[in-house]
Design a protein around this ligand. Structure first.
Ligand code: EPU
Length: 346
């Protein structure tokens, strides 16, 4: 019989964060099934402690140790739970690997996740951050998120509206102590034209010699671009984009664009705002490829901080703060980190 959970004291988290920095947790609780999580927290009398959810560890920077109990959900079942006409609902448990889910959905002949191929991390982490790439955000595909509500001490199923998705943001991210995501339900289509409008995808498909791309072709193009542009966390520690692309008033974006015609500007979250390319701003300040000790900025992409070996989380955070300060000084734009910083304030 499999145990309900596994509890470890003074656990090493260095292999559980993709930056690969040293960090520990007073407790590490691994539950097989999300349904037993509440029981496990009660049985171990850990439910009063702060909880830190560990997914794939691709969205965390440990500037210090985890404060209470680090929780990992192992359940990773993925299944089609409903089919209506051209659409299917897929339910994936939090412990499943995101990229494997994307490839599995394509194997089932389902479209909709192809632009999100190769994003590191677990299914349970995907809605928290509202992961996005190449013009698609996971929130657009989610019909509901199943979670454990620590405040009400009960399981809940939140529909898309209740998840309050925004750019790299959600209700779960705003109240991290309250929610433990246990499963995600996605609506995918049997036939749907892949979205190819994001810069680079069309060119990549053309280079692959494909003129009428399927969803799988789009995934292949995304995989090629990502492999070329983004360092692989299995090779060099990183957490993807370290900064969010800043959203600024439209007038400020226009003034910056007048002064710097090459600055990439994207639509914001309303008519009055625009999203700027943080990578461009950081690159313009000369940080790309910079290295201080083992903390550095990727030479392939200015938005990605890397751990060349033995950088500490604090060293990476210190570098990130100095990058943000120089962007603020030169362009008057504030940058915010995308990963959750543990053990320090931004
Ligand atoms: N650029 C530079 N220097 C660089 C890299 C990029 O100037 O070193 C400029 C280029 O002009 C480029 C523009 O920045 O055209 C945008 O670059 P890219 O297409 O790589 O996208 P991004 O805005 O840097 C965002 C997401 C990525 C996502 C890509 C593709 C955020 C914070 N990042 O990056 O997501 O994969 O778009 O959709 O929104 C992540 O969140 O971890 C992540 C990797």
């Amino acid at each position: 019989m499999t145990a309900l959970f596994r509890l470890q004291r003074d656990a090493d988290l260095s292999t559980r964060n993709t930056f690969g920095v040293a960090a520990r947790a007073p407790w590490l609780l691994e539950v097989n099934d999300a349904g037993t999580l509440a029981e496990a927290l009660d049985l171990t009398q850990l439910h009063e402690l702060p909880v830190l959810m560990l997914g794939g560890g691709s969205n965390l920077l440990f500037a210090g140790d985890a404060p209470g109990v680090a929780v990992a959900i192992r359940a990773h079942e993925v299944a089609i739970v409903d089919e209506r006409g051209d659409h299917a609902t897929v339910r994936a448990q939090a412990g499943a690997d995101w990229h494997r889910l994307v490839m599995w959905s394509l194997d089932q002949g389902l479209c909709g996740l192809e632009n999100l191929a190769l994003i590191p991390g677990s299914v349970g982490a995907a809605p928290i951050q509202n992961i996005g790439a190449y013009g698609v955000e996971v929130g657009e595909r989610i019909v509901a998120v199943e979670a454990w509500d620590r405040t009400a001490r009960q399981p809940v199923r939140l529909d898309r509206a209740a998840c309050a998705f925004g750019y790299r943001d959600s209700a779960f991210k705003r109240e991290p102590e309250r929610w433990i995501v246990t499963a995600v339900e996605l609506e995918l289509a049997r036939h749907a034209a892949p979205r190819l409008d994001y810069a680079g995808i069309g060119e990549e498909l053309a280079a692959m010699g494909i003129s009428a791309p399927s969803a799988r072709d789009a995934a292949e193009a995304v995989i090629r671009i990502r492999r070329r542009k983004l360092p692989d966390p299995a090779v060099i520690g990183n957490a993807g984009s370290f900064f969010k692309n800043p959203i600024v008033p439209a007038a400020q974006a226009q003034a910056l664009r007048d002064a710097h015609p090459r600055l990439p500007v994207f639509p914001g979250d309303s008519d009055h705002t625009r999203k700027l390319s943080a990578a461009w701003l950081i690159d313009a300040c000369g940080w790309k490829g910079a290295r201080e000790g083992d903390a550095g900025v990727s030479a392939a992409h200015a938005l990605v901080l890397v751990n060349h070996g033995n950088a500490s989380g604090l060293q990476l955070l210190d570098l990130a703060r100095r990058i943000a300060a120089s962007v603020r000084e030169r362009f008057g734009v504030a940058l915010e980190p995308e990963p959750r910083v543990i053990g320090a304030d931004w």
